[in-house]
Design a binder for this molecule. Structure first.
Ligand code: C2E
Ligand code: MG
Ligand code: MG
Ligand code: MG
Length: 278
């Protein structure tokens, strides 16, 4: 009987694995055509001051609607695009859209910093910085209106190369943020030396404010360390007034999350801007 269960358990496991592999393969293939078929869009999520909810910027988040599978989360397809190399074309497209949009907003009198997520493969590309520079000049955007978000693991792979690229980006004048902070392994000191301007506290810590004292301690520590090292602190995934109030008392400067606004198309973001304090 135990043997039978074991066998069924095993069969179930392989079926599930197979389904997952089939889906990944379908996504992998479809990703190659997604851009030219107009299935990809860029959404924007407001970044606001914790103290008064003034909008200071937006994070660009990519969206993909597959004709059969429907909306696919970037959490699922970005890793696939990274493993297959499609992230380079996708990342170029995202960067161009975001820079163009930031330029348009600036022309319209809205000085918003647009934050763009950057994958390791993009970041390590030898032409990354020069092409970024080109893009900024094409769209007439001063570099300070662009922020790049990278993860700890991206900088850990080859620290020397990362330091060199970061130095070039700093010289260019773009802002640098460390994304999902607290989930990786690097030290604050190391991040400071890499020259990050901003620490984005991972939403997993924010989620349990009010429920998990350990997470509250971790958040407080990141805010204190970040500020004493001269970095702006931002909390991700803020969904409730309780979370916002906690962040306010701890002196966290910026936040983003559904409490303020979900990521939405540029047009909706503009409508939101018109109702937000400025
Ligand atoms: P991330 O950069 O940490 O982005 C924050 C994620 O939290 C986004 O998920 C956002 O929609 C979600 N979020 C925002 N507010 C809330 C909230 O109040 N509660 C909760 N539970 N979640 C919230 P999304 O859009 O699914 O993106 C997931 C990840 O995919 C991003 O994490 C980022 O790592 C990656 N990604 C998204 N767009 C791009 C892109 O253009 N390029 C690259 N390389 N990666 C991207
Ligand atoms: Mg991000
Ligand atoms: Mg994040
Ligand atoms: Mg994330």
């Amino acid at each position: 009987r135990a043997k039978e269960e074991g066998r069924n358990g095993f069969r179930f496991f392989t079926d599930e694995m197979q389904a997952r592999t089939d889906r990944a393969l379908a996504l992998f293939t479809a990703l190659g055509f997604a851009l030219e078929r107009g299935q990809v869009a860029l959404h924007y999520q407001a970044i606001v001051r914790v103290s008064d909810q003034t909008v200071v910027g937006a994070e660009a988040l990519v969206r993909w609607t597959h004709p059969v599978l429907g909306k696919v989360s970037p959490a699922e397809f970005i890793p696939i695009a990274e493993s297959g190399g499609q992230i380079l074309r996708l990342g170029d497209w995202v960067m161009e859209q975001a820079v163009k949009q930031a330029g348009l907003w600036r022309q319209a009198g809205r000085e918003l910093v647009v934050a763009v997520n950057v994958s390791a493969l993009q970041f390590r590309h030898p032409d990354f910085v020069s092409r970024l520079e080109q893009l900024l000049s094409t769209h007439n955007l001063p570099a300070r209106y662009l922020e790049l978000e990278v993860t700890e693991s991206l900088t850990m792979g080859d620290p020397q190369a990362a330091i060199a690229t970061m130095q070039q980006l700093r010289t260019l004048g773009v802002s640098l943020a460390i994304d999902d902070f607290g989930t990786g392994y690097s030290s604050m000191n190391y991040l400071r030396r890499l020259g990050f301007n901003k620490v984005k506290i991972d939403q997993s810590f924010v989620h349990d404010i009010g429920a998990d004292p350990d997470d509250e301690v971790i958040i407080s520590a990141i805010i204190q360390l970040g500020q004493s090292l001269g970095m702006v602190t931002l909390a991700e995934g803020v969904e409730s007034a309780t979370q916002r109030d906690f962040l306010a008392t701890r002196g966290c400067q910026l936040m983003q999350g559904w409490l303020v606004s979900p990521a939405c198309p540029a047009q909706d973001f503009e409508a939101f801007l018109n109702t937000a304090p400025r």
